[in-house]
Design a protein around this ligand. Structure first.
Ligand SMILES: *Cc1c(COP(=O)(O)O)cnc(C)c1O
Length: 369
């Protein structure tokens, strides 16, 4: 029996010939970072691809989150979701703000807008939702609440590259949105990220902040950070961007096969595509109801692992259970029943552009009993 390793994800790697041509240009120009030619080209190409007004490249997806809060001088309390990658909450913490966790919707895994108002206090200044797995949040409802209470909205859209809701990218929503171009994401620059904003003055401020706060040769306007994307990774981004739609379509085909095979499996649920939404198939989470399935989520997870098929319990444990955050009043499981249940039931199945039919069959043989 084939026991070769099936990984959860696999990075999109640029063709070496193509990369070499870019590298030669970088070497010839001897301009390897600090807003070089490819950095500028990638910002322009991404703004077009995502249909967003202004975008700044970063070295990863965490620093744009931290910088977004800095740029808007967010203080006090920030409402967020516990059902995300830990960087979302860490960015709030690094700004000296207090994260306030709100439960999520079972239909999307995104923050439940009906529970946001109860979490608002006089100290609340912002909401940081996450379109988790690329599933769109209820952006209209979130914006209505934000407008009513005068709060900023920053989307951690790390999962939402290429997603469109009625033709609009979730990155174009809110006051700012961030992206991650980490190797595991749908679009990667090895490590990388970006911050989307809506006017030129803000873009300028963000560009200062990601370069130590330096605004000209002799002026430093703020305690900025260093988070500039270099030319090599910008070039990788330019190459990978050409193939991203192809890769998303390959993922789509995997999702179709998983759904076909799993639709009648007792105790296994998953999400269908949403009307009006162009999905990016960045993850394929399934939820295991142990009573109906006859096996606990972890039993399935380890059974898969023993067969060299790697799933990922993503997002388990919840961010609110980590030592930094668990003493917050909003972190109690009673406050977060939906997120807590999802974290205990979820496995993300292998999902990437290079999964072969044999691989998909091996995954399914383990899940379908
Ligand atoms: C990947 C990810 C990040 C952080 O991105 P890095 O590029 O790894 O720093 C932030 N938020 C979410 C939801 C992510 O999945």
């Amino acid at each position: 029996m084939d026991k070769s390793l099936i990984t959860v994800t696999s990075p999109v790697l640029p063709d070496l010939g193509e990369l070499n041509e870019y590298l030669k240009k970088i070497w010839d120009a001897k301009w390897i970072t600090n807003g070089g030619q490819f950095h500028q080209e990638l910002e322009k190409a991404l703004a077009e691809y995502l249909c967003v007004p202004f975008i700044s490249l970063f070295t990863n997806g965490t620093l744009p989150l931290i910088t977004a809060l800095q740029a808007m001088r967010i203080t006090g309390e920030v409402i967020t979701t516990p059902y995300s990658f830990v960087a979302t909450t860490h960015a709030i913490w690094w700004n000296g703000c207090k994260p306030v966790f709100v439960d999520v919707l079972p239909e999307t895994g995104c923050i439940d807008p009906n529970k946001i108002e109860a979490a608002i206090t006089p100290k609340t200044t912002a909401i940081m939702p996450v379109p988790v797995y690329g599933k769109p949040c209820d952006m209209e409802a979130i914006q209505t609440i934000a407008d009513k209470y005068g709060l900023k909205v920053i989307y951690d859209a790390a999962h939402a590259f290429g997603v469109k809701v009625n033709g609009v990218s979730p990155c174009a929503e809110g006051d700012m949105a961030t992206l991650s171009f980490h190797a595991t994401k749908v679009f990667n620059t090895v490590e990388g990220g970006a911050l989307v904003c809506h006017d030129e003055a803000t873009k300028k401020r963000i560009d200062y902040l990601k370069n130590f706060g330096i605004s000209d040769e002799t002026t430093v306007i703020a305690p900025g950070i260093n988070s500039k994307m270099d030319e090599v990774r910008s070039a990788i981004g330019l190459i990978n961007l050409k193939y991203v739609d192809e890769c998303i379509e390959a993922r789509h085909q995997v999702a179709i096969k998983y759904r076909e095979a799993l639709c009648n499996v007792e105790g296994v649920t998953f999400w269908d595509d949403m009307p009006g939404v162009k999905h990016n198939y960045s993850y394929f989470p399934i939820f295991i109801d142990a009573k109906k399935y006859g096996e606990m989520r972890d039993e399935l997870y380890f059974r898969m692992k023993a067969s060299n098929v790697l799933g990922r319990r993503y997002f388990y444990p919840l961010i609110s259970t980590f030592s930094t955050y668990r003493s917050l009043p909003s972190a109690s499981p009673e406050n977060l029943p939906v997120a807590t249940r999802m974290a205990n039931e979820v496995i993300c199945l292998p999902m990437h552009h290079q999964l072969k039919d044999e691989d998909i069959l091996r995954v399914l043989e383990l899940v379908v009993k």
